[in-house]
Design a protein around this ligand. Structure first.
Ligand code: CP3
Length: 354
């Protein structure tokens, strides 16, 4: 099926576009009344993820409502540790928790060898169904957590309350164990991403949500090389698949993130788009980076901030490559009409840059 809107893929390839494509991290989520209705029907968040028909329904909701330029698979990064037998559940108002956590070398050795197909087949089924239901309207993004970010949750058992201090302690007491765990996760993640691509994902995003907790040299040891292995693995099996790497809190090392070989880097709001473009724009596209809090403001402020971000990125000719997004997930307290305001402002202001 031919793609009716390829703006997102064009921007990732740094080809000219007549306006900037836009999608938002967590675009299917609790700020949308229709999401809350489907989630209620599912009973809980995890059942929503594990039921392809319902995951498909919520993936399409923000596309139908706002006409975003890309859809993102509705799932969670923690499906991988769940498939490795840690037993994921969500405590209302507190976030993710595992029944078991990784506390020792024996725990790492005891992680089962899994077959991605049976273990995470529900994710592949959701991808295939979403592709079918999208009918070529916009491309579908698949995703994974980075090995470091997944290891944080697996070692802590879920809570990020202390900025994963218990996990960071391992970096400086048992780095060998951390590397063992990261190696195991990386193998599984490569298979997981390949499965999503085989079932129809048209771009792959790696979320390193906790990469920014690492010291500069530690990022180079414990996160970047494993993300690079994932990108290398995907490039071997799916050479045409564009990849996006988002390191929250990682604006200090954009060059190292770009050196993973990704097609685009995601940036948070701690750096301006002109600076991000100047540093890595000749190597990859840039996705981001409005502060999600902007969407809690007034329409006039939203328009002003969107216009500022788009002018900061600059012209959209050959070699440009900007995907408009937030610098992190959308807040559940965002008024739905403010998202409409953002989408319209992106089209209006970026049309003037083309
Ligand atoms: O972007 C999308 O619309 C796709 C769906 C998506 C979700 N999680 C749905 C979700 C994606 C891409 C994720 C990734 C994810 N999950 C990350 C990386 C991105 C980031 O935010 O940094 C992380 C760290 C997780 C782990 C996770 N899942 C946490 C910490 C929580 C609880 C926090 C919260 O916002 O409640 C979740 C739950 C979660 N994942 C929700 C959604 C829509 C809210 C669950 C609900 O409906 O109650």
């Amino acid at each position: 099926m031919t793609l009716q809107n390829d703006l997102f893929l064009r921007a990732l390839a740094r080809k000219p576009v007549d306006r900037t494509p836009v999608w938002l991290m967590r675009q299917a989520g609790r700020y949308l009344p229709e999401y809350n209705a489907t989630r209620k029907k599912a009973g809980n968040f995890l059942t929503l993820c594990k039921t392809p028909e319902l995951a498909c329904e919520v993936t399409l909701q923000p596309i139908d409502r706002y006409g975003f330029d890309a859809a993102i698979l509705f799932s969670d990064i923690l499906t991988v540790p769940d498939a490795l037998g840690l037993g994921l559940h969500f405590v209302e108002g507190e976030g993710p928790r595992f029944h078991r956590r990784i506390t020792s070398e024996a725990d790492i050795a005891g992680l089962p060898q899994i077959d991605i197909g049976p273990a995470l087949g529900y994710v592949g089924d959701a991808v295939a169904l979403i592709r079918q239901e999208l009918q070529g309207r916009v491309p579908l993004i698949g995703f994974t957590g980075s090995p470091w970010t997944l290891a944080c949750y697996m070692i802590s058992g879920g809570s990020s309350g202390d900025d994963f201090l218990s996990v960071r302690k391992w970096l400086y007491s048992r780095p060998d164990l951390v590397h063992q765990l990261l190696g195991r996760i990386t193998e599984v993640v490569i298979g997981y991403c390949r499965m999503q691509a085989d079932r129809g994902a048209q771009a792959m995003m790696v979320f390193d949500s906790w990469g920014g907790l690492l010291a500069d040299a530690a990022f180079e040891k414990f996160s970047q090389p494993y993300i690079r292995r994932i990108i290398d693995g995907l490039t071997q099996s799916h050479p045409a698949l564009p990849t996006i790497v988002f390191v929250k809190g990682g604006s200090g090392w954009l060059e190292k993130t770009a050196a993973t070989g990704c097609s685009a880097i995601g940036v948070d709001w701690s750096i301006s788009l002109d600076q991000a473009r100047a540093r890595v724009g000749s190597r990859c596209a840039v996705q981001g980076n409005l502060d999600p809090a902007v969407l809690l403001g007034t329409p006039a402020h939203i328009r002003a901030e969107v216009g500022q971000a788009i002018r900061s990125f600059g012209t959209l000719g050959e070699g440009a490559g900007h995907v408009f997004n937030l610098g992190h997930g959308i807040s559940q307290f965002t008024p739905v009409e403010n998202v409409q305001c953002l989408v319209e402002a992106v089209a209006e202001f970026s049309g003037q840059q083309a």
